[in-house]
Design a protein around this ligand. Sequence first.
Ligand SMILES: O=P(O)(O)OC[C@H]1O[C@H](OP(=O)(O)OP(=O)(O)O)[C@H](O)[C@@H]1O
Ligand SMILES: Nc1ncnc2[nH]cnc12
Length: 172
Amino acid sequence: MTINYRDFIADVPDFPEKGVIFRDISPLMENGAAYSAATNDIATYAANKGVEMICGPEARGFIVGCPVAYKLGVGFAPARKKGKLPRETISVSYDLEYGQAALYMHKDAVKPGQRVLVVDDLMATGGTIAATIKLVEKLGGIVVGTAFLIELKDLHGRDKIKNYDMFTLMQY
Ligand SMILES: O=P(O)(O)OC[C@H]1O[C@H](OP(=O)(O)OP(=O)(O)O)[C@H](O)[C@@H]1O
Ligand SMILES: Nc1ncnc2[nH]cnc12
C-alpha cells in the first residue's frame, strides 16, 4: 500500500503565533502504518549512506530519529535544550521561525569519525538542523546526510545546509 504522508499532517493556522501555519505531525505518529512507513523510508536512506549513529534535536527529532536508530541497530545521540543533560556538554545557539534557542550535546555523544545522520521532523528556517550539524561536527562526527518528514520550502532552510545531502518525505 502506498501512503500519502500529507493525509497525516494537520495544518493549524496561527499556532503558536499569528501568521504561522503549524504542520502538526501527531496524526502521522498516531497511525501505525504511516509512522512505520516514514521510519522505513528514512532508514533506507540512512542505510544507503552507511550511517553509524543518528542524531536529532529535542523534542520532535527524537520522535523521528529514535525509531530509525532502532530499525538500523545503531545509536541515537540527543541534542537537547538548556539544562537537560547532566554531564559535560558543548552548545550552539540558533534562531527559530518563532524565537531564539540553544542546543546542547554531551561531549562524548558522538565519536570522532563516526558517520552521522541528522534527523528532525521538520525544516523551517533551518536554524535547528544547522545547529545540530555544528554540534555533531564539533564532536568530530561526519554528517553524511540529513532527513526530515517535512520541509517548509518558502523559508529556504535548505540554503543553510546546502553542503549536506537532504532527504524529505513532504514539502510545503
Ligand atoms: O528549521 P527551524 O526554523 O529551526 O525550525 C524547525 C524546528 O522547530 C521545531 O522544533 P521546536 O523548537 O518548536 O521544538 P520541539 O521539537 O520541542 O517542539 C521543529 O521540531 C524543528 O526542530
Ligand atoms: N510551521 C511549523 N510547523 C510545525 N513545526 C514548526 N517548527 C517551526 N516551524 C514550524
